[in-house]
Design a protein around this ligand. Structure first.
Ligand code: GLN
Length: 251
């Protein structure tokens, strides 16, 4: 009995060592992973599907770019206002989050070439007295923390005019509950939120037009170059347009 036990133990150890050996070999040939940070509450750029997977324009563009670079994509969901720190500290390799290129962000990170445009728009209730941008003065404005909507509105109308929320959906809820008079947010998520909720509309007048790009750590110029090269190829062969067209129907 003892002998049998000893034999089993020995076998177990051999297997354990084999396991280690295999792992070491695998590591060497492993396909590199590109980690992408995003805030998956920004449809149709990023959202969570019924199976809990993060899908959307950014997820698909990043996956196509990763594939071109011979890498696989892994997506990490986090608060929008922690994305710049996450990428500049190396916690993720790249950020795709419908993120607008701004001077201030460019002090902390590099941006890829732009792959899409966004427009800041104003969501109001259907019966709202707000009809144009001019009417925003003196109103309570809901925004998503740290977004350009937040930055521009707090600059234009002052801190006291702003109510900050973790994401656009919560800001829209606050609008429906009467806690804010409007929500300033990017046009595509605005359309998705207005479609999903009764009694809301988007003002005809647009607040500001912006460029979306991927953010990459300043020191990671190698990735920036590879990313831009892959993006250019995917723009030239129509892949990027096809991905965007899948989620945004031409009007
Ligand atoms: N485009 C806006 C920004 O960059 C909002 C992006 C977002 O909420 N995901 O600030």
């Amino acid at each position: 009995m003892k002998k049998l036990l000893a034999l089993m133990l020995a076998l177990l150890m051999v297997f354990a060592f084999c396991g280690c050996g295999e792992e070491a070999v695998e590591e060497n040939t492993e396909v590199k992973v590109l980690t992408m940070g995003t805030n998956a509450a920004f449809p149709p750029y990023e959202m969570v599907d019924e199976n809990g997977a993060i899908i959307g324009i950014d997820a698909e563009i990043a996956a196509a770019i990763a594939e071109k670079m011979g890498m696989t994509l892994e997506i990490k969901d986090m608060a929008f206002d922690s994305l710049i720190t996450a990428v500049s500290s190396g916690a993720v390799d790249v950020v795709l989050a419908g993120m607008t290129v701004t001077e201030e962000r460019m002090e902390a990170v590099n941006f890829s070439e732009s792959y899409a445009t966004g427009i800041q728009v104003v969501i109001v209730t259907e019966d709202s007295e707000i009809a144009t941008i001019e009417d925003l003065a003196g109103k309570k404005i809901g925004v998503q923390t740290g977004t350009t909507g937040d930055i521009y509105c707090s600059g234009d109308y002052g801190e006291e005019a702003i109510a900050r929320y973790d994401n656009g959906a919560i800001a829209v809820q606050a609008l429906q509950n009467g806690q804010v008079d409007c929500v300033v947010i990017d046009n595509e998520p605005a359309k998705a939120f207005v479609e999903a909720n009764e009694g809301l509309k988007i003002l005809e007048t647009e607040y500001i037009t912006e460029n979306y790009a991927a953010a990459i750590a300043k020191e990671n110029t190698e990735l920036l170059e590879a990313f831009n090269a892959a993006l250019a190829e995917l723009q030239a062969d129509g892949t990027i347009d096809a991905i965007i067209g899948k989620y945004i129907k031409a009007e």
